[in-house]
Design a protein around this ligand. Structure first.
Ligand code: MG
Length: 389
């Protein structure tokens, strides 16, 4: 027995969330919920196997939601959550992991630290679940809405996932429950308790919420919008001179022209200015610091990678790109016919919607170096949102 496995339960229909697809495939904060749930476990240094459990009708949704990720091939769930977990456990049986974490895909914000605590707790007790104290007063009521009592909240806990178990213990408990005809356990701890295990609790996370209703989606978006309130704006300027050639690259788009642009990489002034605007918004130096023009590896290189680098820096800071705006100054070539392709290219590189990218162009009325047709200039502005720090 070796290793840690995670079963991600994503076979529910999620009808309460009121959408045209199961809620676990709906985007939340920019990515499908199931993707966010999977990524945490796939990137966790101690988790060796990640086993998704999905509905039979959701294969296409699963593939499109998890493109580029490499969990184990999904297995199909059953009619109940309990049956779905069991399907995931049976799929892992041949690997015989030491510990298994069972996690609901509807909790996309569980942290890697929570998973680490789950693993440690399961190693100690064999069965451990994350729990939060109850801070509201809890009443029991009868069918007539009359209060019948006030519960002692000190002895109550709100339970989350991932729930962690010795794999052999949980698999045996699931097989025993199935053999006994029980299919009504709503979480694995209840099933393990029924099978005779002692289950312990460890601290859960307030942010590890379960997304259930349409209101939950709205609330999360609103909270994240408020949290990303540290709005920054950066500017970038770039100039490259014309040289003999037959095309220029602007905004990642190859445009036939009577001249080429010369200089750093492919001399794409638009992408260079944008890269500097993003780095400026982050206050993380400029393009020359990160990609020195003296380094021969950047000669003639496509400028995609510079912009991608800056985009990744924004993501690494937990930020989002709100808007990108580029002004290109030249007498020729004409920019208008290429504007849409530039916007599409930049939106794709930056991972933002098309309506967050603007490309504008102007001549300089034959004045200055751009007016004399000696080169092209670009001015860019990037607006990003960072979490408060
Ligand atoms: Mg440049």
């Amino acid at each position: 027995m070796a290793g840690i496995a995670a079963v991600i339960v994503a076979a529910g229909r999620g009808l309460r969330a009121g959408a045209d697809m199961p809620k676990q495939f709906r985007p939340i904060l920019g990515a499908p919920m199931i993707r966010q749930s999977l990524v945490m476990f796939l990137e966790h240094p101690n988790v060796g196997f990640v086993q998704p459990v999905i509905g039979r009708d959701d294969v296409d949704l699963f593939q499109s939601s998890t493109a580029g990720l490499q969990p184990l091939p999904p297995v199909f769930g059953g009619a109940t959550r309990q049956a779905s977990v069991r399907a995931g456990l049976e799929a892992l049986a041949a690997r015989a992991p030491e510990i298994v974490l069972i996690h609901d895909a509807a909790r996309p914000f569980a942290s890697a630290g929570l998973a680490s605590r789950a693993i440690d707790a399961a190693r100690q007790s064999g069965a451990a679940i994350p729990a939060l104290p109850v801070t509201d007063t809890v009443k029991s009521v009868d069918a007539g809405n009359r209060v019948t009592g006030t519960l002692d909240r000190a002895s109550l806990r709100l339970v989350q996932t991932p729930q962690a178990f010795a794999f052999a213990l949980l698999l045996a408990a699931h097989r025993k429950a199935a053999a006994a005809g029980r299919d009504d356990f709503t979480d694995d701890a209840a099933l393990a308790e029924w099978a005779g295990a002692t289950v312990t609790v460890f601290p859960g996370e307030a942010g590890n919420i379960k997304i259930t209703t349409p209101d939950d989606f709205t609330r999360v978006q609103a909270a994240s919008f408020a949290a990303l309130g540290d709005v920054r704006t950066g500017s970038g300027i770039d100039v490259h001179a014309f040289a003999p050639g037959d095309h220029v690259t602007l905004g990642g788009v190859r445009i036939p022209h009577t001249h080429a642009l010369t200089g750093h990489s492919d001399a794409d002034v638009a992408l260079h200015a944008l890269t500097d605007a993003l780095l400026g918004a982050l206050a993380e130096g400029d393009i020359g610091v990160h990609f020195p023009p003296s380094d021969p590896q950047w000669r003639g290189a496509p400028s995609d990678r510079f912009l991608r680098f800056a985009v990744e820096r924004v993501a690494a800071r937990g930020g989002r790109i709100a808007h990108l705006d580029v002004n290109i100054v030249c007498e020729a070539p004409r920019i208008g016919p290429h504007r849409d392709r530039m916007r599409e290219t930049i939106a794709r590189l930056a991972g933002v919607a098309l309506d967050r990218v603007a490309i504008k162009a102007t001549t300089s009325e034959k004045l200055g170096f751009t007016g004399r047709g000696e080169g092209i200039a670009a001015y860019a502005t990037a607006t990003i949102r960072l979490p408060w720090s």
